[in-house]
Design a protein around this ligand. Structure first.
Ligand code: NAI
Ligand code: MG
Length: 355
């Protein structure tokens, strides 16, 4: 458990409460350990990812992360900041290439969506984003000075076939377990790398006859996501397109405070974290929504610990708490009861223990 910075420690406290209850009641036998990462580790050890922290991560079946970063560390060189030197470094070293970002609209929160209720009622999309390749990591990259004295920025967008195959495999298999539909998003009309992407994914489809595969250009996908989001089941795409589309999908559900995520390696070991950041604007006030982190615990139990029933118990408990009308400030609406971070965590624990 890496609490991190900003609201990280507050939301992690609640997630830990929930995990401890399920761990005991379901006899999961999970051993929990904690370590410093991000800004908190910079302050204590001068580095965002101390060796001891990485060793614990490498040794663990799963990693639960709060969030890292904040204005305090923004003056450091980019490569030393909490996000790059902490979070991205763990992802890279553990090869956590498969990012799962569900966008689920709880019926209780339908009013919080930026879209009309009828467009989003029952929304349940899973975006599968490749996380360790693509333009965010491609070499060469940099800012160079041209002969005329002008500067030029450049990055390289690159995917090889095995990188495409392993992320598509994750997506096909998840589509089999869900609604049976997979949409692969690319820009194959313009970018060669995604022409290859489309070809490889298309070629794999014959191994998954039970999955209905479609392809979509990313600009159209962005449009369709806000026009008729329920047409999607599982979406698979590269790093940058996935970054953008998953944030757009997040807003369809109303609050980033509700959305969990997973980043998996080839063996199913993973890092689980809320989609949001460290929210420095509300840190220390006890008002952050802990549900994204609590739902990340559920994803962890499902995908890395092979405990789907325990995962379901947590998801049901969250749903029940929403039924009771309890809301943190970010999801509050009239007629509901506004609760603090810890009251929300306690309510989930109560819903769990009342069965
Ligand atoms: P952010 O997600 O931290 O905050 C955006 C807005 O959403 C803020 O108004 C915040 O108060 C609100 N918010 C976020 N989580 C919430 C929660 N659980 N409950 C209620 N409200 C919530 O994104 P922002 O402001 O762009 O970044 C803040 C810091 O977090 C930066 O240092 C950034 O680099 C870092 N960051 C870290 C991430 C990670 O650790 N995975 C991901 C994104 C940003
Ligand atoms: Mg993003």
């Amino acid at each position: 458990m890496l609490a991190g910075d900003g609201i990280g420690p507050e939301i992690m406290t609640e997630a830990r409460k929930v995990l401890e209850v399920v761990n005991a009641s379901q006899n999961l036998g999970l051993e929990l350990d904690e370590a410093l990462v991000g800004g908190a580790a910079i302050d204590a050890f001068g580095t965002a990812l101390p060796d001891d922290t990485f060793a614990k991560c490498a040794d663990a079946e799963a990693i639960l992360l709060g969030a890292v970063g904040g204005p305090k560390w923004d003056t450091l060189p980019p490569a030393d900041r909490p996000e790059k030197a902490g979070l991205l470094e763990i992802r890279k070293r553990l090869d956590l290439f498969g990012n799962l970002r569900p966008a689920i609209l709880y019926p209780q929160l339908a009013g919080a969506s930026s879209l009309k209720p009828e467009l989003v009622a029952g929304l349940d999309i899973l975006i599968v984003r490749e996380l360790t390749g693509g333009i965010y990591f491609g070499q060469p990259r940099g800012i160079r000075e041209l002969e005329n004295g002008e500067r030029e920025g450049y990055n390289t967008y690159v995917y090889n076939e095995s990188q495409i195959r392993r992320i598509a495999k994750v997506a096909f298999e998840l589509a089999q377990k869900r609604g049976g539909r997979l949409c692969s998003v690319d820009k194959a009309n313009v970018l060669e790398v995604t022409m290859l992407w489309r070809e490889v994914v298309q070629d794999m489809a014959k191994d998954y006859p039970d999955v209905e595969l479609s392809h979509m250009y990313v600009d159209n996908a962005a449009m369709q996501l806000v026009r008729a989001p329920k047409q999607f089941d599982v979406v698979v795409t590269g790093n940058m397109f996935g970054d953008i589309l998953s944030d757009a999908a997040a807003m369809l559900t109303g609050s980033i405070g509700m959305l969990p995520s997973a980043s998996l390696d080839v063996n199913g070991r993973g890092m689980y974290e809320p989609c949001h950041g460290s929210a420095p604007d509300i840190a220390g006030q006890g008002i952050a929504n802990p549900l994204a982190t609590i739902l990340s615990v559920a994803m962890m139990l499902r995908y890395s610990c092979a405990e789907p029933q325990a995962a379901q118990l947590i998801e049901d408990a969250v749903s029940r708490v929403l039924d009771q009308g309890l809301r943190t400030a970010d999801i509050y609406s009239e007629g509901c009861r506004k609760v603090s971070t810890s009251e929300m965590g306690d309510a989930v624990v109560a819903a769990l223990t009342q069965g």
